[in-house]
Design a protein around this ligand. Structure first.
Ligand SMILES: Cc1cc2nc3c(=O)[nH]c(=O)nc-3n(C[C@H](O)[C@H](O)[C@H](O)COP(=O)(O)OP(=O)(O)OC[C@H]3O[C@@H](n4cnc5c(N)ncnc54)[C@H](O)[C@@H]3O)c2cc1C
Length: 410
């Protein structure tokens, strides 16, 4: 098979790149080579099937990695306008998160595929890129189905390591590392964080609201108000997801610190538990925090703070013990023992470093090869920021790639 442009990867950024390339180079033969049996499989599960496709907040602070200075690209392709041009009506929630009005990710994928079809872009599914050689104007691609492809330009949009069940196993990133590309340290982002099972014993299934901080060697790296969820060996929830990328630089030292009563100061909290000691003196310890937290969390806090049998009477608790308990409520610490498996991660932190491409996302090492999406060293917070980067970087790489064909003989 020969084509003018092959896009390796039919996810969010690859589809956006194909559309932009076809619009910039009308008449060019453009093929999306997708490893799985159809394009956009991951897209269908984003936002729990509702596809949080962007965020009204376009500021750089939500982006991390060596490409974060290029987050300005997003302003030139605001997702609401982009999808409006494809006929998709969007709606946003109070946090600025954008969704299709239909609340269905299938609406988004269908609209993108309609545009691909209008532009004559071909989808070659079940065709995973395993290697390529050549030079600008003539690339020879080997595919995992044994076929070979040749093309004049190549756009790499094969994603990272996160969620390999949707086709992304990091193979293209490893291929680029072998070719000498600089790859920034990889770790799961927008992902749960693993903790020792004994540290969360009794908390499985509990959800707790509070102020959550990521701390390393006493320094606060990030803080956010939100809800934390406990599993038998991990912490989860949007605020934890946003802190997972800190493992990239703080492995072995990272702690998650939770203030379960951020709106109540220490003194007021102490007064409260002292009052309970007076008013419920005859009850057992497991009832001490019944009025303040859900049952399992209340018992966990008292058990881990006081280390007494839960059958002891509330009246027996000393003032010093009540202070320890209040400290525990205001500063519940969990040592992070490691990353969650890639299958539980939504995004990859790290990837191809900014120094490997020019300002048009064309490889400096291999002219005629363009890169976009999660393959690059750029990850965003939870809330639509990652898809926003995928559309923007894909559109930009595709447009520049398509434009580069102009004036060149086919
Ligand atoms: C469960 C889940 C929910 C998410 N929800 C949201 C959300 O609501 N909002 C948000 O902003 N982000 C969300 N994300 C993150 C977002 O989906 C990704 O950041 C985004 O899809 C990245 O786009 P991409 O095109 O770079 O890569 P991908 O979308 O991962 O696409 C890469 C494509 O390349 C293909 N591929 C891989 N290797 C090869 C190869 N060798 N040859 C050919 N093809 C290959 C893959 O099969 C895949 O189709 C979610 C992720 C997950 C896993």
């Amino acid at each position: 098979m020969t084509a003018d442009i092959v896009i390796a990867g039919g996810g969010a950024s690859g589809i956006a790149a194909a559309i932009a390339a076809a619009e910039a180079a009308p008449g060019a033969e453009i093929v999306i080579a997708e490893k799985l049996d159809r394009v956009g499989k991951k897209l269908l599960v984003t936002g729990n099937g509702r596809c949080n496709l962007g965020n009204a907040d376009l500021s750089q602070e939500h982006y991390h990695g060596s490409f974060s200075e290029m987050s300005g690209l997003i302003s030139s392709t605001p997702p609401e306008d982009y999808f409006r041009s494809l006929g998709v009506l969007c709606t946003s929630d109070r946090q600025g998160r954008l969704y299709p009005r239909s609340e269905s990710a299938a609406t988004v994928l269908n609209s993108l595929r309609i545009r691909l079809s209008e532009l004559g872009v071909r989808e070659a599914c079940g065709a995973g890129l395993t290697g390529y050689t050549g030079r600008s104007g003539s690339w020879e691609l080997s595919m995992d189905d044994g076929q070979a492809m040749t093309c004049r330009r190549l756009i790499l949009a094969a994603g990272g390591y996160a969620a390999p069940q949707y086709g992304t196993d990091g193979a293209v990133m490893r291929m680029l590392r072998d070719k000498g590309y600089r790859i920034s340290r990889i770790c799961p982002a927008v992902a749960p964080l693993r903790v020792a099972p004994e540290s969360v014993k009794g908390l499985k299934g509990v959800r707790a609201k509070g102020y959550v901080q990521a701390v390393s060697d006493g320094s606060i790296l990030a803080g956010e108000q939100g809800e934390i969820q406990f599993t038998e060996n991990a912490l989860s929830g949007i605020c934890v997801f946003n802190m997972a990328r800190q493992l990239q630089d703080h492995e072995g030292r990272l702690e998650i610190v939770l203030d379960l009563a951020p709106d109540i100061d220490f003194g007021t909290l102490l007064d409260y538990v002292r009052d309970i000691r007076t008013s419920r003196s005859g009850l057992e310890l497991n009832e001490l925090l019944t009025g303040a937290f859900s049952k399992n969390l209340a018992v966990y806090l008292v058990r881990t703070a006081l280390g007494r049998p839960m059958t002891d009477r509330i009246a027996d608790v000393s003032d010093r013990e009540l202070k320890v308990l209040c400290k525990r409520i205001k500063e519940l610490r969990f040592k992070v023992t490691g990353e969650s498996p890639w299958k539980n991660a939504q995004v990859t932190a790290g990837g191809v470093h900014r120094s490997c491409v020019d300002s048009r996302l064309e490889s400096l090492k291999e002219r005629g090869v363009y890169l976009c999406g999660e393959l690059l060293d750029m990850d965003g917070d939870c809330g639509g920021f990652n898809l926003q980067w995928a559309w923007a970087s894909g559109t930009f790489a595709g447009k520049n790639c398509g434009a580069s064909l102009k004036g060149e003989k086919s």
